[in-house]
Design a protein around this ligand. Structure first.
Ligand SMILES: C[S@@+](CC[C@H](N)C(=O)[O-])C[C@H]1O[C@@H](n2cnc3c(N)ncnc32)[C@H](O)[C@@H]1O
Length: 286
């Protein structure tokens, strides 16, 4: 019975993830594309950095006819072939590869069915997995040609990259002159910046067990996800050294949790910085 409940909960979560990816991420990435890249979708060469195991956004653009490439440092294999499974087993061990296989067959179907339904409603076309170009590589050393892409985008990935100067140099190298990069970053000093699941959605479902901004205070509940811990003031100069920033938008969260006591404990951070969840940076290659 518990397994049953979990299955139901998981497929609901996957539907929620899919709807979020479609209506938030895909929509935003498309809006920036339409605003700044003056080409028909079929003519656009685009690259997604950190497309994730399910590469949903790359898949949606590929299905619309764009020349879309997705890369991720972790396992990406559209067919989930036997050789892919074996190489994952070798690298990550049997338990992780078996878990992935399990998830793939049980939950990813819900994810793909949901994004496909939304795509059909909006554009009248189906998902196309054939010939999709997704590859495993690091953002810091892209095995891709220079001056090739019109558009590079990345959502919730740069905060996981150790050397953002290298990654930014690579983004600039693969873009054509005047090409556009759209990078969304979840900021470490924010309430949800430690990627602790307890604070994933502070305004809707605050944690009752982890103190707010624990990661900047006592750090009693560390997570095992790699984060570079950079602040907005660390990212922007790195980007500005190669790009012209043409739009910068911020999203905020958690105001009601920021007490005077916490402010006094964190004098290095301004109120604005503690409340800023993420930035979305649109940049043009010089
Ligand atoms: C939080 S997930 C975001 C995935 C996807 N972009 C999304 O919005 O759902 C971060 C992704 O970045 C990838 N990643 C982390 N470091 C990377 C690097 N150096 N190069 C490429 N991908 C990286 C991870 O493997 C993971 O899939």
């Amino acid at each position: 019975m518990f397994a049953n409940l979990n299955l139901r909960k998981n497929s609901r979560t996957n539907r929620e993830f899919a709807l979020h990816d479609y209506h938030n991420v895909f929509r935003e990435v498309r809006e920036v594309l339409e605003q700044y890249v003056p080409k028909e979708i079929e003519e656009v060469r685009m690259l997604e950095i950190g497309c994730g195991r399910r590469f949903g956004i790359t898949l949606l653009f590929h299905s619309l006819g764009a020349e879309a490439t997705g890369i991720d440092i972790d396992f990406v294999d559209p067919s989930f072939s036997l050789s892919g499974f074996l190489s994952l087993w070798k690298k990550s061990g049997f338990v992780r590869s078996a878990k992935l296989l399990f998830r793939r067959f049980l939950f990813d179907r819900t994810y793909y069915q949901t994004i496909e339904r939304e795509l059909e409603k909006e554009f009248g076309c189906r998902l196309r997995k054939d010939n999709i170009d997704v590859r495993r590589m690091s953002a810091c050393s892209l095995e891709l040609p220079g001056n090739h892409f019109d558009y590079v985008f990345s959502n919730a990935v740069f905060e996981h990259i150790r050397d953002i100067d290298k990654a930014s140099r690579e983004v600039s190298r693969v873009l054509i002159p005047g090409g556009i990069a759209f990078i969304s970053i979840h900021l470490f000093p924010s309430l949800s910046g430690a990627h602790n699941m307890e604070w994933r959605r502070p305004d809707e479902k605050p944690s009752t067990s982890v103190p707010p901004w624990d990661h900047l205070r006592q750090d009693l509940f560390p997570t095992d996800i790699f984060l570079n811990r950079l602040r907005e003031k660390d990212y922007l100069p790195v980007f500005q050294s190669r790009f012209s920033i043409i739009d910068l938008q911020s999203r905020y969260e958690g105001e009601r949790f920021l007490t005077d006591e916490i402010r006094r404990e964190l004098p290095d951070f301004s109120e604005e910085e503690l409340l800023k969840r993420s930035i979305k940076v649109v940049m043009k290659k010089r």
